[in-house]
Ligand binder design. Sequence first.
Ligand code: AMP
Ligand code: MG
Length: 349
Amino acid sequence: MMSYITRLLTSSQEDIEYAAELIRQGELVGMPTETVYGLAADAEDPEAVKKIFEAKGRPQDNPLIVHIGDISQIEEYAHDVPDIAYKLAENFCPGPLTMVLPKRDRIPDVTSAGLDTVGIRIPGHKTARALIKASGKAIAAPSANLTGCPSPTTAGHVMNDMDGRIPAVIDGGSCPVGVESTVVSFEDGRIRLLRPGFISAEELSEFAEVIADRHITEAALDGEQVRSPGMKYRHYSPKANVTIIEGSSEEYLEYVNSRVGDGVFAMSFDSAAADCKIPCIPYGDTSEEQAAKLFSVLREFDEIGAKQVYAQCPSSNGVGLAVYNRLLRAAGFEIVKIGGSLKTDREGF
Ligand code: AMP
Ligand code: MG
C-alpha cells in the first residue's frame, strides 16, 4: 500500500476542487456526509476502488455504496428501477437512504463486491454534493474507518484511522445523523429493510409494506447467507468489551452501580448519568441524540482505555432501531435482560 502525507482540507470551493482532482486521478478522499464520513473514490475506476478496500482492510465481499448527485441519474447506474424506489427517492432523497437496485455494467464488480446489484445513495450533505459535482463522477464510499473500528463522525476520527493511508480528508465538522444510511431493497412492491438508519421503518411503511431483515437484530451464523453483506461483520467494536443492559433506568443503575472496578465504565442515557456511581460517558436521551453521539462515545472509550462498558439499552423504535443495531454489533450481541423487561416493540412495525 502507498503511504501518504495526509492533508486536512477545508470545505472551501478551492479545497473541494483539489479533492475532486484527486478523485479524478484515482485517489481516495475522506468526505463528510450527513451520516458518517465516507472514503471516496471514483466508483467506475476499479483500481481506485481497490485502494478503498486496502486502506480500510475491508473484506472483498462487502459491497460499496455509490453516491450520485440527482434522482435523474439513477438509471445511468441501475436498471429495472421499481416505481416504489422512485416514490422513496422523491420523499427522502437527497438524504440518508440507500436503495439496492440491479446494477448496470459500468459499475465494476469490485465496487459491488461481485453482486449484480448496487446500493445507490444521493447524499444531502453540502460538501459531499459539492465533491460529487466538482469531480463529475459517481463516488463509491464506505465509511472512512479501519474495518472493525467504529464509523467516523468527525474529520479527527478519519485522521485517527487513515493518516498516512490516503492523500486527503475534507473537514466538514460533525456528521449530523451519526449512523450510516438506511439500506433497502425491493421485492414485489414491498420494501426490505436491510440496515436501519435515520429514515426509520415506520416512515418507510407509509409508502409500502416493510419487511425487516432478521439480521438487523440477530447475529448471522457462521457461513450463513445474508442479504446485506455488511450485517455479518461484528464491526463498530471498540477495544473494550461492551455489554448492553436492557431494563428500566432504575434496573440499569442498580446493575452498573454494583460493578465498580478498574476500567469499568457506564454508557448511560444523559438522564441517568448523574446517578451512575461508576465513571460514565452519557450518549444522549432521544434516539436522534444517541445516533449522533454513538460512534464518538465508543471511540472515547478506546481513548481512555476502558476494559468493560455497560451500555444502557436504547429504544428500538424509529431511529432507535439504528442505534440498537449498531450497539448490538459493538457488543458482539452480548445483552443482559433484567427483570421482566423483555421488550415486545421489536417484533414488527
Ligand atoms: P458502508 O458503506 O461501510 O456503510 O457499508 C455499505 C453497506 O451497505 C454494506 O456493508 C452492505 O451491508 C450494504 N450494501 C451495499 N451495497 C449492497 C448491495 N448491492 N446489496 C446489499 N447490501 C448492500
Ligand atoms: Mg462501514
